[in-house]
Design a protein around this ligand. Sequence first.
Ligand code: ZN
Length: 627
Amino acid sequence: MAFTFSLAATGKGINPQPLPYPAPIEAPRDVPFKGTLSLVVDATDIAHKLFAVREILPVQASGSLTLLYPAWESASHAETISVANLAGLFVSIDGKSVDWQRDAVDMHAFHINVPVGARAIEVEFQYLTRASDALMTPNLVDVQWQRLLLYPAGWFARNIPVAASLKLPPGLKAFTSLDVDGASDDMVAYKPVSLEALTDSPVYAGRYWRQVKLTPDGVPTVRLDLLADNRGDLAETGDDLSKLRQLLVQTRQLLGPPHYAHYDAIVTLSDAFPAGGIEHLESGEDNLPANYFTDNAEQLNNLDLIAHEYVHSWNGKFRQPADLWTPTLNVPMRDSLLWVYEGQTEFWGRVLAARSGQRTRQETLDKLALDAAVVDARVGRSWKTLQDSNNDPLYMAGHSVAWRDWQRREDYYPEGVMLWLDVDAIVRERSSDKKSLNDFARAFFDVGNGSRITSTYTFEQVCDALDRIVPYDWSGFLRSRLDAHDSSVLDGLARMGWRLVYTDTPTATFTQDEVDSGVIDLTYSIGLSISSKGDVRVASWQGPAFTAGVAPGAHIISVNGKPYTSDLMKAAVKSATTASIDIQYEADGQTHAATIPYHGTLRYPQLERIAGSVDRLSGLLAPVNIH
Ligand SMILES: [Zn+2]
């Protein structure tokens, strides 16, 4: 049937027309704020897992005022704070209750009217945590100020002074990079800092803790703040501490003098928090497993977390992508340079963990093999570039990804490692091995004479900084990698004198990665990661199992006629060169039989020297005394 779109049906009065939007929220301006915002957070109600917030804002002017609840978190590079957790909001002015009106478009904005002659605005609300947030447990409380305040629209966050204080449950001691102004039995008052600095300075409070000064006198202090769920997990040894001290020495030699007055590596030893870290200028949140110090063999994939977060003080916090920096926590960030912010931090994390002895040389090679294999198997590059993957936090945060190798997700971490390995190799190659990325790092991060004022950069400035180390078409090279649809991503490894190979035996690092994920990882053979019960967690896009019809969520019942076990599955893959892999699996309540079209054997990634080439990688990983 032919259809002709009739222009006669358009026109006002016939079809709906959009209503104009309300006036935009007042934009932040770089102007002074009079007085100090007072913020009191009561974190004692662990039973109900809620924070009670009370604020007093000095009135700046009469008339309409918008109070903003933060939405964007710089460390997640995304809009990850939800006002849905805020409840019980009451506002009063000079003791008299007033009504607020939520903005019709921005749910994080609350409008009030300030009468002439008013002096102070009082705000009260609760932040209701979800059990999965794990922000409040009997032995650990995690205070993220950016979720615990409203602030007035119209000012840059760096211009609003905040005097924060914190009420804690009895027996819990607070750790933070904030300087203490005064403390009573259950209340800590912090010296006023800007809203920008406050929201970059979380507090962790714990019942079982230990604090160790890691730095010698004469350099800005770095404290290791250990907080555990169980006293017995505070089991760091002299060897652990000396490796951490080496990490600080190697990092400062690489990146130059720090841009903090002092730094707190806040390490939680708890299985209540998912393993991972969050960076700040003057502190790092290092959420590690409870057994981090008691079971070294299980930490192979966690050994550079503290290094990663520490590097972020320079890369990400002091130097920040110009399009990521925003004047407040309610202005959208753009993530186009996360391959520098996160990618190079991940790279230096790997390198510094090796240089400081956190990982042995072999453990580092095995970790890099894992990075290389992940990157090599990212079939999604055919439609989605590394550059586009930089946008992932902006729309994927909090969303699960069914087909990770096809959809990609935050690939700027492992692909960033391979990219910067390539840049390092090119610098070494083109300077006859006289220069390296060490020289770039020193030049790029040691600017401003130890300044603590954020220094932003653009893509062009990264290229210029590289060009000053070794002249080259850096823009052309980086664009070719960022916009690539092929797998030239491993070229750098070859320039370093190494190649990715697959063997039938997993490295200890690979095996630990399987344990951490609760799977057997057959990604590089049949294209599946499977739990011990036979649940398919990951299936490689268009891999052998995919071709046989298997998808994530399927449950494998049997392998070659016998009930599923991990060992049986591995044995079947091992002998697939001569025998077929017949499985029965259940999906959507139906049972299916399939033969996985795979005729290789077990395959696990590993790095191998390219005979006769220069071993630049070993040069990169060796401890150095650069300056
Ligand atoms: Zn990071």
